[in-house]
Ligand binder design. Structure first.
Ligand SMILES: C[C@@](CO)(OP(=O)(O)O)[C@H](O)COP(=O)(O)OP(=O)(O)OC[C@H]1O[C@@H](n2ccc(N)nc2=O)[C@H](O)[C@@H]1O
Ligand SMILES: Nc1ncnc2c1ncn2[C@@H]1O[C@H](COP(=O)(O)OP(=O)(O)O)[C@@H](O)[C@H]1O
Length: 316
């Protein structure tokens, strides 16, 4: 008689939480005069887009600390140490709630690095939500938004998503009403631009006014409420476009090719160098993408829609 087999023990995989957070385009970015703290007051209208980042937070044995890996678009130029914004987000949350920051963060990149689309900020927003769920710390949303703002000017918007007006450094957010779906095409460059350098060039060339008037975006807000892509295309605005073009003159051609392909509007995304073009439809977006490729006007092209949701758990 064969001896009874010992009961098999099914080892549960260590818990993990996957969070998705969006990249963004600034539909309007108005920049005031440099302040003593080294920042500029902004009035900006953010729109979250369908290009997104996934951060998976994995449970690790107590005392392991934070570790991090990156894969996907331009992963080789992203830091994997304590300077990574997602790593800093995990540490900031742990300090806030008084737990040890034990986690492995796995970042999947789709948003261009240093491209003016807030990919690093999306990672930080995603890491806050993922670690909060993994550690079961239940931090109120308002506290997460405050922690986000302490990490970088764009991080709070990565949490909130959709379309929002940003004031202060861009971190004081008010949701904006929109109707329907907008079609965007993005011309991505292999080499990014430093946000700080673009702001410096802005100061040295254009310079911002002492006061910013919220009423200047009325036509844009109306186009968003009406779902009027043609109207929106006519009022896109970016005060950092001129300094970004001064640093990368070849971007003018990328803008021109989009305009020649009938884009409703074309603009540098944030501090660049990504160029965003607004299209009439998915098919029109593909036609603009084809023009950019045929004219060798960028290194990668993405078609997507907007608005997209803020950081949210997509798998456990
Ligand atoms: C330009 C914008 C437009 O949304 O986005 P990106 O193009 O970087 O995506 C943002 O203002 C970037 O936000 P973010 O990239 O999070 O900025 P931070 O890390 O906080 O700051 C980087 C540097 O940008 C400058 N900065 C940022 C925000 C602001 N309101 N004024 C500034 O002068 C400062 O020199 C700062 O040292
Ligand atoms: N998780 C991250 N992903 C990308 N870049 C990061 C990250 N953490 C820190 N960085 C640093 O921040 C810089 C800009 O970040 P990113 O958010 O991609 O661009 P932008 O500020 O233009 O939107 C990068 O060049 C990189 O050195």
């Amino acid at each position: 008689m064969t001896p009874p087999r010992p009961p098999s023990i099914a080892l549960a995989p260590p818990p993990s939480v996957r969070v998705r957070a969006p990249g963004k385009v600034n539909l309007s970015l108005r920049v005031g005069a440099l302040q003593d703290d080294g920042y500029h007051p902004l009035v900006t209208i953010f729109q979250a887009v369908g290009l997104s980042e996934d951060v998976v937070a994995h449970q690790v044995p107590p005392g392991s600390g934070v570790s991090l890996s990156v894969q996907g678009l331009q992963a080789d130029v992203v830091p994997t140490d304590g300077t990574n914004l997602a790593w800093r987000a995990a540490v900031a949350l742990a300090e806030h709630v008084g737990v040890d920051p034990d986690v492995h963060l796995e970042i999947h990149k789709e948003v261009p690095v240093a491209g003016g689309m807030a990919g690093g900020s999306a990672d930080a927003a995603a890491a806050l939500v993922a670690c909060d769920a993994l550690w079961d710390t239940g931090v109120p949303r308002a506290d997460l938004v405050r922690l986000a703002a302490g990490l970088g000017a764009d991080v709070a918007f990565g949490l909130v998503g959709h379309t929002a007006v940003g004031t202060g450094r861009g971190d004081v957010l008010t949701p904006a009403m929109t109707r329907g779906e907008f079609h965007w095409v993005f011309a991505v460059q292999a080499e990014g631009l430093s946000t700080a350098q673009v702001y410096r060039t802005f100061d040295e060339t254009v310079g911002g006014p002492a006061e910013l008037d919220l009423a200047e975006d009325t036509a844009l807000m109306q186009a968003l409420r009406a779902g009027d892509a043609v109207g929106l295309g006519q009022v896109l605005r970016n005060d950092l476009q001129e300094p970004a073009l001064a640093l990368r003159p070849e971007l003018q051609r990328t803008l021109d090719v989009a305009t020649e392909a009938g884009a409703l509007g074309a603009i540098v995304s944030g501090s660049g160098p990504t160029v965003a073009a607004l299209a009439r439809s998915r098919q029109h977006a593909l036609a603009i993408a084809a023009s950019w490729t045929a004219n060798d006007a960028c290194d990668t092209v993405w078609c997507t829609t907007a608005p997209a949701a803020g950081a949210r758990v997509v798998a456990r």
